[in-house]
Design a protein around this ligand. Structure first.
Ligand SMILES: *Cc1c(COP(=O)(O)O)cnc(C)c1O
Length: 229
């Protein structure tokens, strides 16, 4: 056996993870915040169990996926080995997948329309499972992007509560790629504050430090941890 010739297979991901962890700690320190006030959602979409496992082994427990089907196909097996994993849905959710989403996810970041509220409310009661819910804002008012326009946010959040009985925990936003993100994060934080919402899902690989400065409680970081998709 040529043991001495074997090169260990080292994925990039534990290094990426360690670097992101360090950057989050630094950003928290700079902002005068506790590290524990920011949850890193490691976005593992398109990556398989072999890429994800080293990041779990390195200590990460919160993961984000953008498709219900993909999450269903890879996470139940991983969660059998690591039961303390929390899964967050960060992508658009079709109402007819609300049942599967409520069963699988611990948080849903993409609540963005009345029909989805209705479907989620029904499943939350039926399954007695209560994922954290974030309303997604379309702060750049981009026609191709999901989310509630800022001008409609207060009314939509109120209707989530009053019409559908949903407990909304926070807001999520994805700034337009070509805009400086800070004003979008600041607007999201302002709308959350005036609606009594304490959680802010904002910041991705390119801008999570800025988001932490502006109050993000959840940063959704994919490529900086796992590499290019
Ligand atoms: C893919 C994705 C992310 C992660 O993006 P990176 O740039 O890879 O960090 C964050 N949020 C949402 C909604 C995503 O779809």
């Amino acid at each position: 056996m040529a043991v001495d010739k074997m090169t260990p297979v080292i994925s990039d991901s534990p290094n990426g993870f360690a670097e992101v962890e360090r950057a989050i700690s630094r950003a928290c320190r700079d902002a005068g915040r506790e590290r524990s006030s920011v949850t890193l959602v490691a976005v593992s979409k398109t990556f398989d169990a072999d890429a994800i496992t080293p990041v779990i082994e390195a200590g990460q427990r919160v993961f984000g996926e953008n498709r219900v089907q993909e999450a269903k196909s890879k996470w139940p097996d991983l969660m059998a080995n690591y039961p303390d994993i929390a899964l967050h849905l960060i992508g658009p959710l079709q109402s007819n997948k609300a049942k599967e989403a409520v069963a699988l996810f611990d948080a849903i970041h993409s609540v963005d329309r009345a029909s989805l509220c209705e479907a989620l409310a029904k499943e939350i009661v039926k399954q007695d499972r209560h994922p954290q819910l974030f309303v997604q804002l379309n702060t750049g008012e981009e026609p191709q992007k999901a989310g509630i326009a800022p001008a409609d946010a207060d009314a939509f959040i109120a209707s989530c509560r009053d019409v559908y009985g949903l407990r909304i925990s926070g807001l999520m936003c994805i700034p337009p790629v070509d805009d400086p993100p800070a004003p979008h994060f600041a607007l999201t934080a302002k709308i959350a504050a005036r609606n009594g919402l304490s959680l802010l899902s904002m910041g991705m690989s390119a801008d999570f430090e800025t988001a932490i400065q502006l109050g993000a409680t959840h940063v959704r970081v994919g490529s900086s941890i796992f590499g290019k998709r």
